[in-house]
Design a protein around this ligand. Structure first.
Ligand SMILES: Cc1cc2nc3c(=O)[nH]c(=O)nc-3n(C[C@H](O)[C@H](O)[C@H](O)COP(=O)(O)OP(=O)(O)OC[C@H]3O[C@@H](n4cnc5c(N)ncnc54)[C@H](O)[C@@H]3O)c2cc1C
Length: 413
C-alpha cells in the first residue's frame, strides 16, 4: 500500500469510528476508466438506480508516456458500445476536430473525458480506501473519511496495482530501475544509457519514444524474434470480407479474433484450450508502425536477464549468454500480473471470501464473484471471460452483461 493510500485509509477509518454520516447508493463503481465509465453509463440507462462512480476519470491513461499511440484500431477504441452516440466517431464529429489512426493517447483521453461528461456527468473523483461487507451489501470508506453504503460494488480498478517486476530487479531505487507504467515523460532520460527489458508493445513503444528523445537505448527480449502486428494491412486487403475473420474488438489473429469476441462461447472451452488461445490472442507483439521507428535501436532477442547489480552509479545487467550491460537506468516493460489481492482497497476478509484462480476472481453471470453483489470488470475478468476483458473493446460486453444481470437480479439481501 502506498503511503498516500495508507494515510487515506487511516483517515477514513478514524472518521468511520466517529460515526460520521454515510451516503447510500444501489451500485458503487470503483474506478472511472473505460470499464467503470461504460458500466456506469449502462447502469444509469436502466433508470431508477442510484449509481456512484469513484476515481479520477481516465487517470491511468493520463500517466502513460506522452507521444504514445494506441495499438488497438479505431473501432476497438470505442468505450462501452460497438456503435451509437458515444463512439470515437461521434466524439470526432462533436469536437469538430479530425483525428488520425493509430489513435494518439491524448485523443483517447479526451474521448474518455467526453464520454464521461456525456454519459456519466457525476463522478466522485475521490479514491475508495476500503471496501468491506456490511449488512445489506457493502460499506465503502472514502479517502477523506466519507462512508458510502451500497448494495452492489463493481470493481473497475484496472491494472495499475499489478505491475510485474522480475525478482532480480527488486530493491533498486526508482532512479535506477522503473516499470514502464511509471513514465509520463521519457525525455527526462535524455542523454542517459537505458536498457528496456521486454518484447511487447509497452517495451517497444517506450524504446521508440526514448530513442526519439535522444536516449541511448537498447532492448532485451526473451522472445527469439519480435512479433510485429501486420493485422491492419491484412484486414484492409480483405475489404468487405474482413468481418468474416476479424471482429470489431481487434483482439487476436484472423479467425481467433471472432471466437474471443464471444466470451459466452470462449468461457465454455476446456481450460487448457482457453489458456492456449488466450496466449495466442495477446502474445507479446509490437504494432507495425514501430518497425521504422526502432530501425536504429539495438534489440537483443532470445536473451533473459539473469542478474542485476547496482554498479558505477548505475545498473550492471548480466544476460543468460554471460554478456553484460552497464547502464544508467533500466525500464521494465514486463507487463502486468493480475492478482486481486494486490487491490489494497479490498478488505483482507473480503478477499479471503472471493473464489480465485491464479489471482483472478472466478466470475459467473453478470461478472459477479462468489461474494454476492461484488462484480469485477476489466482485466481481472479475463480468467472467466477471456482476453477481450484486457482491452477497451471488451467494455461493451462487460457493461452489457453487468447491467442485464443487475436489472434481472434482486440486490444482495
Ligand atoms: C502502455 C499501455 C498501452 C495500452 N494500450 C491499449 C490499447 O491500445 N488498447 C486497449 O484496448 N488497451 C490498451 N491498454 C490496456 C488498458 O490498460 C486497458 O484496456 C484499459 O485501461 C482498461 O480499462 P479499465 O477501466 O479496466 O482500467 P483503467 O483505465 O486502468 O481504469 C481504472 C481506474 O480505476 C482507478 N482506481 C483504482 N483503484 C481505485 C480506487 N481505490 N478508488 C478509485 N479509483 C481507483 C484507477 O486509477 C484507474 O483510473 C494499454 C495499457 C498500457 C499500460
Amino acid at each position: 500500500m502506498s503511503v498516500t493510500d495508507a494515510v487515506n485509509l487511516a483517515t477514513a477509518e478514524r472518521a468511520s469510528g466517529h460515526g460520521e454520516s454515510s451516503e447510500t447508493c444501489d451500485v458503487a463503481v470503483v474506478g472511472a476508466g473505460p470499464y467503470g465509465l461504460a458500466a456506469a453509463a449502462r447502469l444509469r440507462s436502466l433508470g431508477g438506480l442510484s449509481v456512484c462512480v469513484f476515481g479520477e476519470p481516465m487517470s491511468f491513461w493520463m500517466g502513460m508516456p506522452r507521444g504514445m499511440l494506441l495499438r488497438s484500431n479505431w473501432k476497438a477504441c470505442y468505450i462501452g458500445l460497438p456503435a451509437g452516440e458515444l463512439t470515437l466517431d461521434a466524439f470526432e464529429a462533436a469536437s469538430g476536430a479530425k483525428f488520425d489512426s493509430p489513435v494518439p493517447l491524448d485523443t483517447f483521453i479526451d474521448y474518455g473525458l467526453w464520454f464521461q461528461r456525456t454519459a456519466v456527468p457525476v463522478v466522485d473523483t475521490r479514491r475508495v480506501a476500503r471496501v468491506e461487507q456490511a449488512p445489506g451489501g457493502f460499506r465503502l470508506l472514502i479517502t477523506d473519511g466519507g462512508i458510502v453504503k451500497s448494495s452492489r460494488v463493481v470493481v473497475a480498478a484496472g491494472i495499475e496495482a499489478f505491475p510485474a517486476r522480475p525478482e532480480m530487479f527488486t530493491g533498486f531505487s526508482p532512479e535506477l530501475v522503473t516499470h514502464s507504467s511509471e513514465h509520463r515523460d521519457l525525455s527526462v532520460l535524455a542523454g542517459a544509457r537505458v536498457l528496456v527489458v521486454g518484447g511487447g508493445q509497452s517495451a517497444l513503444e517506450s524504446a521508440a519514444l526514448l530513442h526519439e528523445a535522444r536516449v541511448d537505448v537498447e532492448v532485451v527480449a526473451r522472445t527469439h524474434q519480435i512479433t510485429w502486428l501486420h493485422g491492419g494491412t491484412v484486414q484492409r486487403r480483405l475489404g468487405r470480407f474482413k468481418p468474416l475473420l476479424y471482429a470489431q474488438t481487434d483482439v487476436g489473429p484472423a479467425g481467433l479474433s471472432r471466437l474471443v469476441a464471444v466470451p459466452a462461447v470462449f468461457r465454455r472451452l476446456p481450460r487448457p484450450l482457453q489458456a492456449k488461445l488466450a496466449y495466442r490472442a495477446i502474445r507479446p507483439a509490437g504494432a507495425k508502425w514501430l518497425v521504422d521507428r526502432l530501425a536504429n535501436v539495438p534489440i537483443s532477442t532470445g536473451r533473459s536477464v539473469v542478474q542485476a547489480d547496482a554498479a558505477n552509479a548505475g545498473v550492471r545487467v548480466t544476460l543468460d549468454d554471460g554478456s553484460q550491460r552497464q547502464v544508467d537506468h533500466v525500464i521494465l516493460g514486463t507487463g502486468y500480473r493480475v492478482d486481486i489481492a494486490s487491490y489494497d482497497f479490498l478488505a483482507p476478509q473480503l478477499i479471503g471470501e472471493i473464489r480465485r484462480a491464479n489471482g483472478y476472481p472466478l466470475l459467473g453471470r453478470g461478472l459477479e464473484s462468489s461474494v454476492r453483489g461484488l462484480h469485477f470488470i476489466g482485466a481481472p475478468a479475463a480468467w472467466s471471460f477471456g482476453p477481450i476483458m484486457r482491452f477497451v473493446s471488451g467494455s461493451w460486453y462487460a457493461s452489457e452483461q453487468l447491467a442485464k444481470h443487475v436489472a434481472e437480479t434482486a440486490p444482495a439481501a
